[in-house]
Write a protein that binds this ligand. Sequence first.
Ligand code: FEO
Ligand code: CA
Ligand code: CA
Length: 648
Amino acid sequence: MKEDTPLEHGQWQVEDDDDLLSNPSQRPDIHDVMAARLSRRGFLKASAAAAVGAGLTGTLPGWEPAGANAAAATSLTFKELSHGLDDKLHLSEGYRAQVLMRWGDPVTSDAPQFDPQNQTPASQGGQFGYNCDYIGYIPLDPHGPTASTHGLLIVNHEYSTVQMMFPGSPEPQALTKAQVDTAMLAMGQSIIEVKRGDDRKWSVVADSKYARRITPKTEMVIRGPAAGHPRMRTSFAPNGRRAFGTFGNCAGGTTPWGTIITSEENIQYYFKGDIEKNPEAANYKRMGLGRYGASRSSEWGRVHPRFNLDSEPLSANHSGWMVEIDPLDPKSLPRKRTALGRFKHEGAGVWINPDGRVVVYMGDDQRFEYVYRFVSHARWFPNHRSANRDILDHGTLSVAVFKDDGTVQWMPLVYGKGPLTQENGFTSQADVVIEARRAADLLGATPMDRPEDVEVNPVTGTVFVMLTKNKKRTEVNAPNPRTKNTYGQIVEMVAPNGDHGAETFKWSFLLMAGDPKDPKHGARFHPDTTDNGWFMAPDNCTFDNKGRLWIATDGSERFGFADGLWACDVVGPGRALTRHFMRTPKGAELTGPCFTPDNTTLFCSIQHPAEGSSFDKPDHRWPDFDPALPPRPSIVAIDTTALLKDDK
Ligand code: FEO
Ligand code: CA
Ligand code: CA
């Protein structure tokens, strides 16, 4: 989700609330009583120790004088794109993007064509939603020749921007009930079947049996430690085991058994009510609920009692989870996996440990929040899909404590262990997962500069954390070494001997984002990074199957260039030599980058094009440029076969 969108463009903006702090330990009023975590000098020492300790490439990029030239150092030889800002999508020379699915395109076989002047709940409920984000690709025949040419795409629709969606560009308070519902049904997920033809063009398979919309109204099952707990019981789910809908879905992860787990991130906008009188007041405040006036609310609570906490006080406990969806079984109910904790989930990096346990890395994207890890109790069955069906219900959730000596300690969030006892208000594991943030506070978790995507490199098995930025930081710690950090950084974590269940990892920096030529930024890239190769605000990421990192950004426009995609090696002489591959049309953010298994296609979401303008007066009309059509969030497919040919 876009951050820092200027409010003068309209008070309606549903931006994320990262300027507001939910972590009480980080409020300025108690800064005085907190010991300074680490001096700048201490950081440099810690970083060097971390780099050496991790045994990676020996030096942190930029900490040493330039050695190699760019052409020789990097394995990526696509022609670099320049920074820029206009109403088009731009790619490295020789690459083309095909627009595959746009907001309003029919998903289900009974859905009508897009009619921007007359969208209704019924039409939107069957059409591609708004603000596409995470993309998961599930091959229909994973071991066959069509694995990378025929599959399902599962796409998150993170939020609706109502002024961009309806004629008259209404304020949220002015929305009719039908418009509130239309905007609501533009969220959730789209599942589409896609196929690449002999002409190498992708198309959506019409009348696919897999085609499905999942929305904030879809029935779901609550699983794991919180299922059935009194704190989960509502009038619409008296047994605490059913929920309705998922929303605020940002990034996600794909499991090796062919499901996706989707995050619930900025849930706080969707509930109305007097938090102070709520029995869950402390819990809800820690999740950032109750801060939003009418201008930033989505108005769901005005129309639907289950989003009004005065009438349905516990319903917000149904949100803030990871949700597993089985796209191969169109009748299956999505399952909220409460064992993975409740916070503002960004996404999930899924990894199979050498012993067969399933490991999920997750970020909590708000200022001063934490990095988490889940390790399943059971081992997965590679050839028995249904045996893995509920493997994510049982396991150990831990939170990361980053030490100055270059180690990471994983602290388990287990009821009865350490401070997670009745004395501190925890009476079961359900309490621990419902209030995962507070449990993590008590365990001394390291407050980070907004953890967005966390992904595991398929080649090296090391874990990369995108820390997008944190302009409110006044006190540094080892992995977050800059105050007023408007640029972000990328941290790498290394499991000892590849054991991702271990208690202690090592960590180091991959890079510090910002302009390396401006000393005030404190940026650190490979010394040969060009004027187009640097970026700021890393957000989503993915790896190609050579283990190279592809980084999407969210927040470059303040520096006069568009967000987009950069790529780099993470090992060898090209480590952190990032190169610019693609940039979005003005106002947009690039999200959900996803390669097919053979890397010949890269799918990306173009989220919120022309954001900051309005339906009536859009900044531009990407991708159709038709005066009758508004700008439309869309997913694109890029033929990356050439990438495989020209790289080394
Ligand atoms: Fe939805 Fe953290 O971005
Ligand atoms: Ca972001
Ligand atoms: Ca994001």
